[in-house]
Design a protein around this ligand. Structure first.
Ligand code: URA
Length: 221
């Protein structure tokens, strides 16, 4: 079985576990849990706060107005939503869309950690302060760091304002659109770096082959 298939099955099994989770009080009021959506092979992951009403009804993340804006923002930088893995810090809707409680965030935390470990994305877009607090604890507030790239090992994190906050705030929407253009730049930089590395490796392999060939010539005499 290919590795991709194993990973896809592991992700499906993780979604199954999320769907039946009863670890915190939110399972009592949810209609459906919302594990996440997208291919296990995604190189980019987007993490929001928690399901809202539409997500709770459908079991899919970002399907309401904020989701439509997210889809449009991704399209604006040439990304297809289908290629991105999208999920939330909390997998169940807080009643009335209230803020997540700290104990809810901690009892759900292992699910997001498992999603990141399985997908191993190159880039994680952090949509809103709850996603930033969860995956980049100790960083300054989102108003200070939005649009910046934060490198942790091989992975890039980009804190962004939450699309829902930009829905009814024209200036925040402009900022979010500008930040998305920066994301495009970060992706282009990462692609150029990968290409540089590939060429370096190619040159190194050619050099090693030339040295081997010269050694073999010498042993002929
Ligand atoms: N807001 C979120 O943070 N997540 C969703 O899935 C929908 C709206």
């Amino acid at each position: 079985m290919s590795l991709g298939l194993v990973d896809a099955e592991a992700l499906a099994a993780l979604h199954d576990r999320i769907n039946i989770c009863t670890s915190c009080r939110l399972h009592e009021t949810r209609t459906r849990a919302v594990p996440g959506d997208g291919p296990v092979t995604a190189r980019i992951m987007a993490v929001g706060e928690a399901p809202g009403e539409n997500e709770d009804r459908t079991g899919r993340p970002f399907v309401g107005a904020a989701g439509q804006l997210l889809t449009r923002l991704l399209q604006s930088i040439g990304l297809d939503r289908q290629d991105i893995y999208i999920c939330n810090v909390l997998k169940c809707r807080p009643p009335g869309n209230r803020d997540p409680e700290p104990d809810e965030v901690s009892s759900c935390a292992h699910f997001l950690d498992e999603q990141v470990a399985l997908i191993r994305p190159d880039v994680i877009l952090l949509l809103g302060r709850h996603a930033v607090g969860r995956l980049l604890p100790g960083m300054p507030g989102i108003s200070r760091i939005h649009g910046q790239r934060v490198r942790r090992g091989d992975r890039l994190y980009v804190p962004l304002f939450h699309p829902a906050a930009a829905l009814y705030n024209a200036s925040l929407l402009r900022t979010l659109e500008e930040d998305m253009q920066r994301v495009r730049g970060y992706l282009d930089d990462a692609e150029a770096e990968r290409e540089r590395q590939r060429k370096d490796e190619e040159q190194e392999a050619a050099r090693a082959a030339a040295v081997r060939a010269a050694d073999e010539q010498l042993t002929l005499f």
